[in-house]
Write a new protein. Structure first.
Length: 238
């Protein structure tokens, strides 16, 4: 067991602080909306939450590396033993559309392996958290992945945009498809047994899946790439 009690405590506090920022903008709707490319929106809430997370996490652990969706990448992280991997607002489209299925996702990777995850939905006030050897929890309740073995009984959490594009039609009648928000939130829900599995047909970045990977693994599940291999983090190409 790795002693990550201090990292967990700080990461959870950082997630709550960022959640207060995001909740304020969610309720007031007083945010600016920009774009980083096709289907990739960014808001004032993303950027402000990112600054808060960076300040809290790196002040507590100045020797750790940093990788965030909303911070310019710094190659020095590649030489770090431990790296924070953060998405300050995973599910910006849900946030903009008023759907409360987005989250703050914080992970700590050690030599490429995600050993800590905190995923916080500030609107539903759900805190999913776990660390290697410490167990996985939703609030104070210990959580586990499901034991469903038959495919036809499986509930698979799917992206609304992928469903809208018709990408899940091939599985109609094979599994129960449940539309759910951001990928980090879907992974947290799988860790908590709210669904049996999730997968995506489009590429994702490390910050999308790092926290959820830590949670699912500690809850008894597995996360792989398209070829069935375990995912390694803090790579040059994220």
């Amino acid at each position: 067991m790795i002693d990550l009690s201090r990292e967990l405590r700080v990461a959870r506090s950082a997630a709550i602080a960022a959640g207060k920022i995001i909740s304020r903008y969610y309720k007031s709707r007083d945010f600016k909306l920009g774009s980083k490319g096709k289907n990739n929106p960014v808001t004032t809430a993303d950027l402000e939450a990112d600054r808060a997370l960076r300040e809290i996490l790196l002040e507590a652990f100045p020797d750790y590396g940093w990788l965030s969706e909303e911070t310019a990448d710094d190659a020095r992280r590649l030489g770090k033993h431990r790296v924070w991997i953060v998405d300050p607002l995973d599910g910006t489209k849900e946030f903009v559309n008023g759907i409360p299925e987005f989250c703050i996702a914080i992970a700590l990777a050690e030599d490429g392996i995600p050993v800590l995850g905190v995923t916080y939905n500030p609107i539903k006030r759900e805190t999913f958290w776990g660390a290697r050897g410490h167990g996985c929890f939703l609030g104070k309740r210990r959580i586990h992945t499901t034991r469903t073995r038959k495919l036809e009984r499986a509930v698979v959490l799917a992206s609304r945009s992928e469903i809208a594009r018709g990408e899940w039609k091939v599985l109609e009648g094979t599994v129960v498809v449940n539309p759910t928000g951001s990928v980090a939130y879907k992974l947290a829900c799988v860790a908590a047994g709210m669904g049996d599995a999730t997968f995506t047909r489009s590429p994702k970045s490390e910050w999308d899946i790092a926290s959820g990977t830590a949670l699912v693994v500690e809850a008894g599940g597995r996360v792989t790439d398209i070829d069935g291999n375990d995912v390694r983090f803090n790579q040059r190409n994220v």
